[in-house]
Write a protein that binds this ligand. Sequence first.
Ligand SMILES: *[C@@H]1O[C@H](CO)[C@@H](O)[C@H](O)[C@H]1NC(C)=O
Ligand SMILES: *[C@@H]1O[C@H](CO)[C@@H](O)[C@H](O)[C@H]1NC(C)=O
Ligand SMILES: *[C@@H]1O[C@H](CO)[C@@H](O)[C@H](O)[C@H]1NC(C)=O
Ligand SMILES: *[C@@H]1O[C@H](CO)[C@@H](O)[C@H](O)[C@H]1NC(C)=O
Ligand SMILES: *[C@@H]1O[C@H](CO)[C@@H](O)[C@H](O)[C@H]1NC(C)=O
Ligand SMILES: *[C@@H]1O[C@H](CO)[C@@H](O)[C@H](O)[C@H]1NC(C)=O
Ligand SMILES: *[C@@H]1O[C@H](CO)[C@@H](O)[C@H](O)[C@H]1NC(C)=O
Length: 890
Amino acid sequence: MIPWLLLVSLFCNSAQDGHSEEDGVFHCGSRNMTVKTLTQNTTLKQTILLTWEDEPSCVSVRDVLMYELELLIANKREHWEEVAVTPDQIGLTHSWNWTSHLALECTDHTLRLSSRYKNQTSGRKREHTIPGHEALGMPQVFPRDKPFEVGSRATFCCVLPTGEVLDKFYLSGSSNSHWNESQISTHTHVLTVDLSQPSSASGTDVKCATKKSHNGACAYIGYPPADQDLSCETRDLQSIECLWTVGRNTHLPQSMQTTYRLLGSECAEGFKARCSHKMQVDAGERLWTLTAQNPLGTVTLTHMADLTKRVHMFAPKGVKASKVDSRNVHVEWEWAVQTYNDLNITCQVNVRHGETHNSTSQHVGVGLTSAVLTDLIPNWTYAMMIRCTTTQHHWKWSEWSSSVTFHTLGDVPHALDVWMQEKDNKTVITWKVPLANQSHGDIIGYDITWAPTKTPERRESTSVRHPKNTLALSLDSMDEYTVSVTARNSHGSSSPSAVTVPILIPGGGVVKYSRILGSNGGFNLSWSTSPSASCGYIVDWYPVMGTSGLDWLRVPPSETNVKIFSKNLEEGKRYLLSVHACTHRAPVLLERREGYVKEKLIQDDLLKPLTWTQRNSDVVVTWKRVSLQEQPAFIQGYVLYCWDNNNRRVRNISTDNPQATSLTATNLPIGSYSVTVKAKTAIGQCGATHINATLNSLTDNLIWAICITLVTLFGLLSLFVILCYRHWECIKQAFYPPIPKPVLKDKLMLSSERCCHPVFVDMSHHSEAELMAIPKLHCKSEAPETDCVDRRPAAATNRYYEEPVEAFTIPNTAITCPSPPPSSLASLSLTQTSGVLPPIPQPGSQETDYLVTRSNGYQPQRNTEQLEDAPESLLPCVMTYIMLPQSRCE
Ligand SMILES: *[C@@H]1O[C@H](CO)[C@@H](O)[C@H](O)[C@H]1NC(C)=O
Ligand SMILES: *[C@@H]1O[C@H](CO)[C@@H](O)[C@H](O)[C@H]1NC(C)=O
Ligand SMILES: *[C@@H]1O[C@H](CO)[C@@H](O)[C@H](O)[C@H]1NC(C)=O
Ligand SMILES: *[C@@H]1O[C@H](CO)[C@@H](O)[C@H](O)[C@H]1NC(C)=O
Ligand SMILES: *[C@@H]1O[C@H](CO)[C@@H](O)[C@H](O)[C@H]1NC(C)=O
Ligand SMILES: *[C@@H]1O[C@H](CO)[C@@H](O)[C@H](O)[C@H]1NC(C)=O
Ligand SMILES: *[C@@H]1O[C@H](CO)[C@@H](O)[C@H](O)[C@H]1NC(C)=O
């Protein structure tokens, strides 16, 4: 074949050369010219593809043969180009392509092809015309439904029906500053637009109108894909899954959405930005490639990873709690994927109870399918869920499994928090009712046992029913007791919690005592460190008045301040706060505070009944001491205002003594006055009480006074004589021989003043030792002042001192009443025994139901009849507080 061709070509060359030499006319040209239009799927660009062959005569050509290509649009030259064909290409099929900015339908596109050899142009020209679209009846706009990139320049044409004239040709939503319009032929108008805005989802309209009709086309203006951040993982080691983030919206219609190919194969759910493929995942890094393509462009994302280190496990399924007991539970689950059984897996188990309890524990193992949860609260409902990951190469946690609830079994209750309070000569043992998460079952009751610390064999016990949480015990104040309390539910008793009740006789009666004012609805209490506080501090507080409301806090040894906030704290109520050192024996009282969370104004008529008496030209106004209950603020003194008939204020007298019970307006002229007394507090004067006083002439008053005095004296004398006469025998017997002092009748016995005033003093006859050995009668005063008395000797007396509160010691004083049966006439002796203070009387105390009286030994509740059983006994009547200056009681 080749030798034959060579022969032919040699022949031709010689012939042609000879020929051209001869007539100078070059006949070599093209043949079999074809013109095709190609529409590329992705860009919808219209391309003209031209192919041709050389004529057989060209075989003789020895030099470069040039083909000239001319493209005319609407008969105007748009493009001209030369294609060189070298001798070795002669005989092959040549091709040339050209992409028009204008849609081919717009108008006629004509191609002309001619050849040239050595500056000789062949006379033969081939021509081919691709005819434009003819508009029949209505204008036609091209191109149709074509995508354009935002920022590019687009060309549209409108082909008008014959004889019609263009009226409007525009791109909707675009301003005409962005386009130029021109006419390229009788029927065709062209619009060039700079596209700056992406289309809406339905595309952008290109509209063309004549006077008669209008038509349009749709253009899609958008962006090429902008996906990024490819990341691949495996969930089961049998398939891969890649995720990426879709960049901006392409604004192209559904038919032009981005398509994705992962490692060359199409992604069915690529629009969800995820693509998965079934394939065995092997160890080792490899490149994962994703292509994203739309009509406007393509992006390729790559990710280099070893997917065996990127296992994103599925959540465990079939989670269940098996073997539930009170504090532990055994959890089991299954894997949806077999291959997990070979992996070293770490799982987190989350257990929660509502909002209050939420904890997560971690468990590791190969093919882990179970875990044991510990430290759970008994009798408690939990919700549990699990998530897992591979231990070695943690990539991502699985989703949480579905939540499973379980209920732990009950158990004995948690140990109680026990504390005590001295009240009404009794020790009130109190404990905090266990919270739901401490009771571990329904609490039935509490068991209390107590014994003197030194003689534990003298143990006694009792029980109370839930929810009662106090027990008043009458303990021997000379002994230290250990009281322990357990809570009981159907599962048994808690471990005992003990509190040591100290000996009530004060060893050191010194305690710091001061006032405190609350802030923000609570108390901010701080104290100085105590070396004895080996196990921290206990801060307790309760309203000074009333029978209940004791609460306490335990503070670690390192802390010396505490903020007390409780919903039970009330404004205008006086609280007593105590700081105790916790020791391994009995707690030690360190400091006391008294105060209000917030002081409140005292209501009017506080001082009723207000009475007045005339003393010469003075008016003495007196009132009853204000009980603590009526003091919603610290009273700092009183002030008296006195107005005369003309409403002029004539006197203004004040005292800074909060214990004052009278004020005197001196040197008032005879007349009527209106008197007002108010209490002074830190927040202002309040509790205003009014009275009207009329001052009479002195002589009238004098006569009246003398008469009344005489009548009273006579009456008293008569009474005295009668009494003495009737009881002469008793008197003689009781006071003979050693008592040289005046006597009292039994009717008057044990009234608080007589009992406790050192009226009948006979210290010489009773030594201290004797007195100590003898049972004592603890007298309770009936005076209202007892409001102010603390049951603890050390602290109690301090209560009387309003002002700069310093630590001080109380004189250890007690008064003894010798019991003189049968007349029961009491002779009282003041001795130097250590006294026990009477407690604050608590009218209406509720604790009597729970009073447990010690069955052996000392009986503090004895009445007069019982006293007669021990005729020789001396009964110390302890009224220490009476020894204190009463006028300072608040
Ligand atoms: C080219 O044209 C010649 C005649 O002009 C014809 O014989 C031949 O078959 C054509 N070749 C092709 C490939 O169409
Ligand atoms: C168009 O011509 C260019 C070179 O000029 C060529 O790379 C391309 O493949 C041609 N396109 C077609 C469809 O033939
Ligand atoms: C319109 O014509 C002006 C002036 O010839 C030119 O500056 C501008 O770029 C053209 N705009 C378009 C969209 O063709
Ligand atoms: C699983 O991983 C843990 C933590 O890295 C490791 O202590 C344990 O030995 C591993 N177990 C096995 C069987 O490889
Ligand atoms: C019990 O519940 C209380 C609140 O109701 C909470 O302060 C306390 O920490 C819980 N105790 C335990 C052991 O979860
Ligand atoms: C409470 O008292 C402590 C110690 O005195 C102090 O540091 C703290 O600021 C106080 N807090 C408030 C709220 O008063
Ligand atoms: C306290 O004891 C004393 C003396 O034993 C007694 O007089 C007083 O009434 C007792 N107080 C109460 C409230 O029981």
